[in-house]
Design a protein around this ligand. Sequence first.
Ligand code: CA
Length: 431
Amino acid sequence: MGFLFKIRKFQHNTFLMKSFVDYPQNSDFSIHNIPFGVAVFNKEYIACATRIGDIVVDLATLFDYGYIDDVEGLQENIFEAYTLNEFIELGKPVTKAVRLKIQEVLLEGSKLANDEKTIEECFYNLDEVKMLMPLHIPNYTDFYSSIEHATNVGKMFRDPENALLPNWKHLPVGYHGRASSIVVSGTDIHRPKGQTKPADATSPVFGPTKQLDFELEMGFVANQNTEMGESISVSEAEDSIFGMVLFNDWSARDIQAWEYVPLGPFLAKNFGSSISPWIVTLEALEPFRSVSPRQEPEVLDYLKFEGDKNFDIKLEVYLQPENGAENLICRSNYKYMYWNMSQQLAHHTVNGCNVEVGDVYASGTISGTTEDSFGSMLELTWRGQNPLQLSDGSERKFIEDNDTIIMRGWAEKDGIRVGFGEVEGKILPAR
Ligand code: CA
């Protein structure tokens, strides 16, 4: 046991691997990452893919050439697919082994390193590839698990003295979102229209939202179908999680404020959410575990956990006006989450609710303690009271038409970097 533990620790903390593919030291897509996505290669052919540096690797062809087909449990070429669902459904032991196999194949001195024909057929530069929605997402749930975010919103909309509602520290609050309108990074979003009620009006008005916002979130992807009545415990939960993505949960604050009582957000949220195209596995994130915040009062038994369940993932948000420069407007970190993924999944299923392969569970807005770490315009501008000053001299209370929001996320430790790339989306005028 002691020996195995040491090897594991060695692999996670200090073993720097080197690939035969060159990439800059600050690449999110190092040999330590090996994320999964779905790509169109040369505008003609779709397959599952991984990425190393700025090279996108066609996994279906790599499988056909016999480089990754000998993993136990991997019978047919499931990389010839329009989504990752079939691959993900193979479960942790298989997806974990496939990732390690791909990593080995990409190492310096490997057989592939000297196989020019296969490299020629499987390796593509970024400009030859377009990333697609990597998943079929049957269900999407959005949590509300950052204590800083929940406190800020509570202060703004309710009572500054009692910002958190009585349930908040006892359960990971969440609601069921809309899966049909989740899109991949690079997809434009039209400004939504809806009902709002201006503070000085007696009845509501209809029109494009005046308070369009982003929410800086991360989502995790489920890898199994459970039966109704079945629950996933906190200790088993990570085996049911394939990996994570960056998640922008676009929100219309004025629509939300009017419609959300008493059942929660509806049209203020379901017009679009954006995810990053690469799913980073929990295995790749393993070296970046971080201590979870102390939960006080003590949680009920079914929510108790052991070990470090948080992950130190640095997050940034940029606002880019049309033809303008990127303005860094938020720096946060996923490690701030009060409720962790294992608790979220355990709570979600404790009543017997079934999960499905490809389900996305989002964290809720990830805010930190300082004003520059708030994960939404709502908090950054304090409901529009303190507009953001942009480098072109303009200011923003909320997002304007033709603004692009870009979120980036990465983990870095002991010279190892594993990142998500970005999730980017532009707001077009209302249709
Ligand atoms: Ca949200």
